[in-house]
Design a protein around this ligand. Structure first.
Ligand SMILES: C[S@@+](CC[C@H](N)C(=O)[O-])C[C@H]1O[C@@H](n2cnc3c(N)ncnc32)[C@H](O)[C@@H]1O
Length: 427
């Protein structure tokens, strides 16, 4: 069972579930927490007295707590409204079909049948989502139904299309991490990391690897972190999206058997479909039972912003390995990520990276974003104090529907770097 720590404070949230959604699906969430920084600035300049500062700190804390609560509520509502929202969208297809001239309808009677079947797939997806929400109480520390209903004004549209995008991409994330169908994608992205870890510590028997600490920032639904723990390492996944955290808590702690759920992740779009039967095929999750980890395994998930948590004093030089998979481009300031990785690693520790550079904040209005090219990223890494030992390009996909007529292929960059002494001229 994974220990899921929900205590760390969180800043920018729910940035993404898939790179292809990154630039469109998450802006409102991001902006929701933005006033944090202005409050801090005020603290710095206005008043030195401790009591006033404490008052402000307390206000800020309360504001944080309220924002967290509002945000969490919104995520839960997004899951809850999945069914209604999806059925309404599917109803539009039905209406458009009904409006066809008879001779056209006669040519595609199976289209109506498919639309009806999609309704049933939505219901099945909703059963899964309902269980995810119902089981999140232990993780969020309160009754999810109570949280969703408090102060809820029926007149407000409770969730945005962007929120619904995130719910839909969460289904695809389940395929990536917890289905047989996701194996090809995992083999491309996770296997190089796992193989590197095993090679690095080949002389340490699995049962003695508990002293080797591995951190996986931006852990998504937790499969990579789980497999690292399965190989005997002490592993902590870190994640700040409530969409991901609630779902990883569910899959890691609440599922009792393999293939317990059938989900239909691809039904939400009818475009680029090669084959109807394949399109409506159920995906069984999970493909392995996460609770099968031996009781001695050391596996946890830490909720919160990567930089905020791992630049703390207590985290300095405490990790043997940091493995970033499709993560470093989620930064507003990638240099800060690189520094945080460097500082949190022990001397001689290893940073393993794989992924593209699809900068998450590049097109976000009102957000700053530093977009370095690959050669710049590697140069900065070396300046900071990494020695890059191994590097290669690995073709990878991300939450791709294998049977689609449209697929994105990332020429991901993989590297293994060691923390060495900083160069003299860089502080
Ligand atoms: C593209 S996804 C990759 C997920 C997973 N590593 C995988 O390969 O499937 C990036 C993940 O990083 C998380 N994330 C983004 N910024 C973060 C931050 N500052 N702190 C912690 N997690 C973050 C996102 O919520 C998202 O789940």
């Amino acid at each position: 069972m994974a220990d899921t720590t929900a205590s760390a404070s969180r800043k920018k949230r729910d940035s993404s579930s898939s790179p292809s959604d990154m630039k469109t699906g998450s802006k409102e969430d991001m902006r929701a927490c933005d006033h944090d920084s202005s409050v801090h600035n005020q603290n710095e300049h206005e008043d030195d007295s401790n009591s006033t500062k404490n008052d402000i700190d307390q206000d800020t804390d309360e504001q944080h707590v309220q924002e967290e609560r509002d945000h969490l509520r919104n995520v839960l509502l997004s899951f809850t409204y999945y069914r209604r929202h999806s059925l309404v969208r599917n109803q539009r297809r039905r209406r458009d079909y009904q409006a066809l001239p008879q001779q056209h309808k006669r040519l595609v009677p199976d289209l109506l049948e498919k639309i009806d079947r999609v309704d049933r797939c939505i219901e099945a997806n909703m059963e899964f989502v309902r269980d995810v929400v119902q089981e999140c109480e232990a993780f969020i520390g309160m009754d999810p139904v109570q949280l969703m209903t408090e102060g809820y004004d029926q007149r407000d549209p409770p969730v945005t299309p962007g929120d619904m995008d995130k719910v839909r991409s969460t289904f695809r994330q389940f395929v990536r991490d917890w289905s047989v169908e996701g194996k090809k994608e995992r083999d491309a992205a996770y296997r190089p990391i796992l193989d590197t870890l095993k090679a690095l510590y080949k002389d340490v028997p699995v049962e003695e690897r508990r002293n080797i600490n591995v951190l996986v920032p931006g852990a998504g639904l937790g499969r990579l972190a789980f497999e690292i723990a399965q190989n005997g390492f002490a592993c902590q996944g870190n994640e700040f999206s409530f969409f991901m955290l609630i779902c990883s808590h569910f899959i890691l702690n609440r599922v009792s058997h393999v293939a317990q759920y059938s989900i239909y992740p691809y039904i939400h779009s009818f475009s680029n479909v090669r084959d109807t039967e394949h399109h409506l095929k159920p995906i069984k999750v999970p493909d392995v039972l996460p609770s099968d980890l031996p009781p001695s395994a050391d596996f946890s998930m830490a909720a919160g912003d990567f930089v905020e948590i791992y630049s703390r004093e207590s985290q300095i030089e405490s990790w043997d390995v940091i493995a970033t998979c499709f993560f470093i481009d989620t930064a507003k300031n990638i240099v800060e990520y690189l520094e945080t990785i460097y500082n949190a690693l022990k001397f001689g520790g290893t940073w393993i990276n794989i992924g593209p550079l699809l900068y998450h904040f590049e097109d976000m209005p009102g957000e700053s974003s530093i977009e370095l090219s690959l050669d710049q990223v590697k140069r900065v890494a070396r300046e900071i104090g990494f020695e890059i030992k191994e590097e290669r390009t690995v073709p990878t996909t991300y939450t791709t529907y294998n049977d689609s007529m449209l697929k994105y292929l990332y020429e991901s960059e993989f590297w293994v770097a060691t923390k060495v002494q900083k160069k003299q001229n860089s502080k």
